[in-house]
Design a protein around this ligand. Structure first.
Ligand code: 13P
Ligand code: 13P
Ligand code: MG
Ligand code: MG
Length: 365
């Protein structure tokens, strides 16, 4: 039984304090639920963690992706944690649970989902990335670097196992359509789309032989809810070594703090800061946006780990640069390009304010 599914399902069900972190009692409640699910043979193993105010359920099981038992387990765990959040009056209790009742799959109900099914290799290192105060699409640039940029990933040039390149699955999140691009052959075509991460998100990456290499959550809360409820705060799973980029090649893109949408009120651009778990607590202007990376070796479905991959002084300069960029962006206050452009502000609370002022406008004489 070396066939395994790795599911990461996450939701913000209440922040402590404000939107900055998750309270320990939520983590404990989730651990109790998942421990019971191991005993009932629903899942093989699990790890519960948090990035900022987002609760992360990392689970292994034998049921495949999109399985109703696994999605129900996640949904009911989030509901139980929401009750804890309500009792503690945590901020935005149940924020991301957009439906009243579970209907077979948490996709489209608020939580973010990244799942992959694969046959365990003799050694199976995986890295799980989790972000707070940003949107689905934030993984486009780092996934491009990992799997298509030889200046990032030496293996694309040097390793015979990777020299063929990879295949990208790109989703149009507004029109619900997808397209596949082979790299390096179609690099420029790929970049036409993924350079616009608000609309086009890299959903998955495969080897040319069709082996799953990476998968990300692409659920957009604002498109599901039709209003602003919070940011997507996406997750991403990447397999590493052998026919995939080495661990250091997977982490390397995060030394360039790219600019993502999110931060305060989900309405600002700012740099994505790679941090260890103990610093995944965005508080300055509710940010800057954070990303953490937990590494596991999977052994017979067991999650051996985690290692906190950004807990490394090698990322100190990226963090310092983030703070410099953050200062500069903050000085723009409510001006673009710190504040999102108008079309993106449609998905924030700004339209309500504009509506109030709509009667004040008159024709220019
Ligand atoms: P692979 O043997 O997995 O290609 O590893 C190369 C490596 O370890 C570079 O860090
Ligand atoms: P979250 O999406 O992380 O809940 O943040 C919402 C927010 O408004 C931060 O200022
Ligand atoms: Mg929140
Ligand atoms: Mg959040």
């Amino acid at each position: 039984m070396d066939h395994i599914t790795l599911s990461v399902i996450k939701a913000d069900v209440g922040g402590f304090v404000g939107h900055s972190s998750v309270h320990d009692e939520l983590i404990e409640e989730a651990e109790d639920r998942l421990e019971a699910a191991v005993k009932e043979d629903i899942i093989v193993d699990f790890h519960v963690t948090a990035c900022g105010d987002d609760l992360q359920l990392i689970m292994t099981h034998r049921k495949g992706v999109d399985h109703p038992d696994i999605h129900r387990l996640a949904w009911e765990t989030f509901e139980a944690c929401t009750e804890v959040a309500e009792r503690l009056k945590l901020y935005g209790a149940g924020q991301d649970l957009l439906a009243d009742a579970f209907s077979g799959n948490v996709k489209g109900m608020g939580p973010g989902v990244a799942e992959m099914e694969f046959t365990e290799r003799p050694s199976e290192p995986v890295l799980i990335f989790m972000a707070d105060k940003t949107s689905a699409g934030a993984w486009n640039l780092p996934l491009y670097r990992m799997f298509a940029d030889p200046f990032n990933t030496a293996g694309l040039v040097i390793s015979p196992a990777m020299h063929e390149g990879f295949r990208f699955e790109v989703h149009d999140v507004k029109e619900s359509k997808r397209v596949f691009f082979d790299t390096p052959e179609e690099l420029y075509d790929l970049l036409v789309f993924i350079g616009a991460p608000g609309r086009y998100a890299v959903k998955a990456v495969y080897t040319k032989k069709g082996e799953i290499a990476a998968v990300s959550s692409t659920q957009r809360l604002s498109l599901i809810a039709g209003r602003y409820v919070g940011k997507d705060d996406p997750v991403c799973i990447v397999r590493s070594q052998g026919e995939f980029p080495a661990v250091g090649e997977v982490l390397e893109p995060f030394t360039m703090p790219h600019i993502v949408e999110g931060w305060m009120r989900g309405s600002h651009y700012g740099p994505l800061m790679p941090v260890p778990l103990y610093h995944a607590t965005p508080s300055r202007f509710d940010g800057p946006p954070r990303v953490v990376s937990l590494g596991f070796q999977i052994a017979g479905g067991r999650l051996v780990g985690p290692r906190d991959m950004f807990d490394d002084p090698g990322f100190d300069e990226a963090r310092r640069l983030c703070n410099v960029i953050a200062d500069h962006f903050r000085r723009h206050g409510p001006f673009e390009p710190h504040r999102l452009p108008m079309e993106e502000m449609e998905y924030t609370t700004l339209p309500q304010v504009m509506e109030k002022l709509s009667g004040r406008w008159e024709a220019i004489p």
